[in-house]
Design a protein around this ligand. Structure first.
Ligand code: CAA
Length: 381
């Protein structure tokens, strides 16, 4: 499905597809089995411009639009969902807010390295007692005279955390003001007051390391603040709008992987004298999968186009993530069914797609949060 892609958009998709097929897919099972951070792949993605797709060339990025970004991300996720989320977090939740809200000095300090893959970023918002209710976070950033802030608190599920060089971290500079007292900071991950816990042991996306992050009297200078005091919650929610398009594209890639693997298998596997793909029970499953995948892709492209037009796209991003993540789970579940007993074995990638799909309904806002965001837009609340 090409619609009216520009030559540049087709080029980035084809580049990502070739790279994913040749250099990512053959390693995906091993990355999952060994819970291995794909360091070399990430470096190559940086060289290809895929770690800072929307970052202008002046700041070391590829200077391409959001449609290009989702095209590339779908291809990478089709090969390896873990690799795709590492890429998505760096692009949407780290480069995105620095580009949108950073000073020239902050952009100069971080973007060229992040966009080229020389450095990797992570985003620390969730806490042990605040996930969906992100505005209730407790990590504090206490003023230390004029020179800076002292950070204290615990962050949860920080994707890329154990291998990150920089953290976009949300903390309260004014607890009495609630979510309006939250500020955003760009913190060097080597800050002696920061410590990551052991990597989380997860159901899926096992190559994308995540962990708790502990800030204990971590001193940061005043110029580490991103945006103005109290603007952190909006910066985070804005970054998550873009992030949700990215996770939708990741979900789409997982769905496509499950669908393509199931279709190939259904054409090879014979029962009752013919390939199972020729039995209506299987044929209808493949037809439904294909239809839902196309619907998800169209929703993702719509959200990406709206973002590129500079319009508010909160609801479209939420719809795209809601649909694509649920499609990924339905398609992966049906793909396991097409494989029958073999689908339950780790010898075939389809069980990995089934495990990887689940997280797309949870991170960067659960499906329930997406429905809440969409309902607010529908009801004008
Ligand atoms: N962009 C910019 N501003 C926004 C916004 C957006 N998308 N959404 C809301 N705002 C503004 C509002 O206009 C409002 O501004 P005013 O105070 O000036 O009116 C302010 O932000 C607060 O908005 P709400 O009152 O709507 O906020 P809320 O507290 O009721 O909750 C929520 C909103 C939708 C529930 C939000 O908290 C949310 O999205 N929660 C889910 C958190 C989440 O997605 N976490 C993911 C963690 S990161 C992760 O998962 C990464 C990873 O591992 C890969």
């Amino acid at each position: 499905m090409d619609l009216d892609l520009t030559p540049e958009q087709r080029m980035i998709r084809d580049t990502a597809r070739d790279f994913a097929t040749r250099d990512v897919l053959p390693h995906a099972a091993g990355i999952d089995r060994r819970h291995e951070f794909p360091r070399e792949i990430m470096a190559k993605l940086g060289t290809l411009g895929l770690m800072g797709v929307g970052v202008p060339e002046a700041w070391g990025g590829a200077g391409m639009d959001t449609v290009s970004y989702v095209l590339a991300l779908e291809e990478i996720a089709r090969a390896c969902a873990a690799t795709a989320v590492i890429m998505s977090v760096n692009n949407s939740l780290v480069c995105g807010p620095i580009l949108a809200h950073g000073s020239d000095a902050q952009k100069r300090a971080w973007l060229p390295d992040l966009a080229s893959g020389r450095k990797l970023g992570c985003f620390a918002l969730s806490e042990p007692e605040s996930g969906s209710d992100a505005g209730a976070l407790r990590t504090s950033a206490r003023r230390a005279g004029d020179s800076g802030f002292i950070l204290n608190g615990t962050k949860n599920f920080v994707t890329n955390g154990p291998v990150a060089d920089v953290v976009v971290l949300l903390a309260s500079t004014d607890p009495a003001a609630g979510s309006k007292g939250i500020s955003a900071f760009i913190v060097d991950a080597r800050n002696p007051g920061l410590k990551f816990g052991p990597p989380d042991d997860k159901l899926g996306i096992r190559g994308a390391p995540s962990a708790q992050l502990f800030a204990t009297d971590a001193v940061v200078s005043a110029d580490a603040m991103l945006g103005v005091p109290g603007s952190g919650y909006k910066i985070a929610l804005g970054a998550l709008d873009a992030g949700r398009i990215g996770i939708a594209a990741q979900a789409l890639g997982i769905a496509r992987a499950a669908f393509e693997d199931a279709t190939k298998y259904a054409l090879e596997r014979k029962t009752f004298g013919q390939p199972i793909a020729r039995h209506q029970a299987i044929e209808f499953k493949l037809a439904d999968m294909s239809t839902e995948i196309d619907a998800a892709r169209l929703m993702i492209w719509r959200a990406a186009v709206k973002k590129d037009q500079g319009a508010r796209y909160t609801s479209e991003a939420a719809m795209a993530k809601l649909l694509a993540s649920e499609v990924a789970n339905r398609v992966a579940k049906e793909a396991v069914q097409v494989f029958g007993g073999y689908g339950y074995l780790t010898d075939f990638p389809v069980e990995r797609h089934f495990r990887d799909a689940k997280i797309t309904e949870i991170y960067e806002g659960t499906s329930e949060i997406q429905r809440m965001v969409i309902a607010r837009a529908v009801l004008g609340a």
